[in-house]
Design a binder for this molecule. Structure first.
Ligand code: PLP
Ligand code: COI
Length: 356
């Protein structure tokens, strides 16, 4: 590691949860990483301290104008006790693309990854080992300068917190139900859809609540202009198996360039499965469903891993996909990705990075 950080250990360690029944994002570990930025010193004073509340000036820019970004990745423990991360430099690169979009100062990729490694190393006993579990890593940056004018802030905090997690979708590998949203939109071209910033999620809650009330776990978003083309899911990218082809929406500026999405495309190519990134309209999807060509749908994301979708509702019409069962492509992608992450499968893609 190029960077080292001082550690202040907690005097009040928490109780580690059982792997069984672990939900997503409700339990936090004993320590967190904190680092500040100002114009004079740049990013400085990175440190690991006991997990706890932070003090923030009520005029801090992030509270008023949403200059905030976050990332998500996971740490895993292999059966022989190694601790590893999955493609963390992809998160570092995406952080800097998001930072650029939100006028947040760039962060050195090695500094970003070393901070994650250092914190995970301190907290490695919190990594759960049950099927589908992992230690979720949440790096985030927010503007702390007390100032009410609208311009880029001059002061920021970078923090990392950790959470032992189970499946993101309540049903895990049981297919989930999705609502195709045709009133609200998530992101428009030229907006912040391809950045990982808080505002994208705050703005999606209303539609998500309506979908929940109707009995759907997640939303499938359509494009903002015509409500015609499939974009992505509220917290994951969307994949379809149509005929013998695996299809996902192209990176068009309004969807998040998912690291799991990139991994699935690469795995399909490696395994000789036909895969394409192309625009699909919801009408074409319905037509494929009606003529029996729509074989599978699944969500891909760090939190979601690979989660099958068994039911879609669009304008009152229900599409039941693969008899509401996980299909062979989703199962293979889940087995391979989670297998590589947890060391059950040899890392033939060279994706894992050890925490030593
Ligand atoms: N799309 C959205 C809106 C997300 O929040 C996420 C989760 O991070 C993804 C896609 C999947 O991205 P990744 O695979 O990098 O986690
Ligand atoms: C992730 O998959 O890492 C996410 O950020 C999704 C969600 C929890 C917002």
């Amino acid at each position: 590691m190029k960077h080292e950080f001082p550690v202040t250990l907690t005097t009040n360690p928490g109780t580690k949860p059982e792997s069984k029944g672990l939900r997503f994002g409700t339990v936090f570990t004993d320590h967190m990483f904190v680092m500040e930025y100002n114009e004079e010193k740049g990013w400085h004073d990175g440190r690991i301290v006991p997990y706890g509340p932070i003090e923030l000036d009520p005029a801090a820019c992030c509270l008023h104008y949403g200059q905030e970004m976050f990332e998500g990745l996971k740490a895993y423990k292999t059966a022989d006790g190694r601790v590893q991360l999955f493609r963390p430099y992809m998160n570092a690169k995406r952080t800097n693309r998001t930072n650029d979009r939100l006028c947040i100062p760039e962060i050195d990729e090695d500094l970003f990854v070393d901070a994650i490694k250092a914190l995970v190393k301190v907290e490695q006993d919190w990594i759960p080992s049950g099927e589908g579990t992992s230690l979720y890593i949440r790096p985030f940056i927010f503007a702390t300068e007390p100032f009410l004018g609208v311009r880029r802030a001059t002061e920021y905090k970078f923090m990392i917190i950790l959470s032992p997690v189970g499946p993101y979708f309540v049903n895990g590998l049981q297919p989930t139900k999705m609502y195709v949203e045709d009133v609200y939109t998530r992101a428009a071209k030229g907006g912040t859809g391809e950045a990982k910033c808080a505002g994208n999620y705050g703005g999606s809650l209303k539609a998500q609540e309506i979908a929940h009330e109707k009995g759907f776990e997640q939303i499938l978003w359509l494009d903002a202009k015509e409500h015609k083309y499939i974009e992505e899911i509220g917290s994951a990218n969307a994949f379809f198996v149509i005929g013998d082809e695996v299809v996902t929406s192209p990176l068009n500026g309004s969807i998040l360039p998912g690291i799991t999405r990139d991994s699935i495309i690469a795995l399909c190519k490696e395994k000789g499965i036909k895969v394409s990134e192309r625009q699909i309209s919801i009408d074409d999807l319905e037509a494929a469903y009606r003529n029996g060509e729509l074989k599978e749908m699944f969500a891909s994301g760090t939190a979601a891993i690979v989660s099958p979708v068994g039911e879609l509702l669009y304008k009152g019409e229900k599409m039941v996909i693969n008899n509401n069962e996980i299909g062979p492509v989703a199962q293979e992608m889940y087995n391979t990705i989670y297998g590589i992450q947890t060391g059950k499968i040899e890392d033939f893609m060279n994706w894992t990075v050890p925490v030593e």
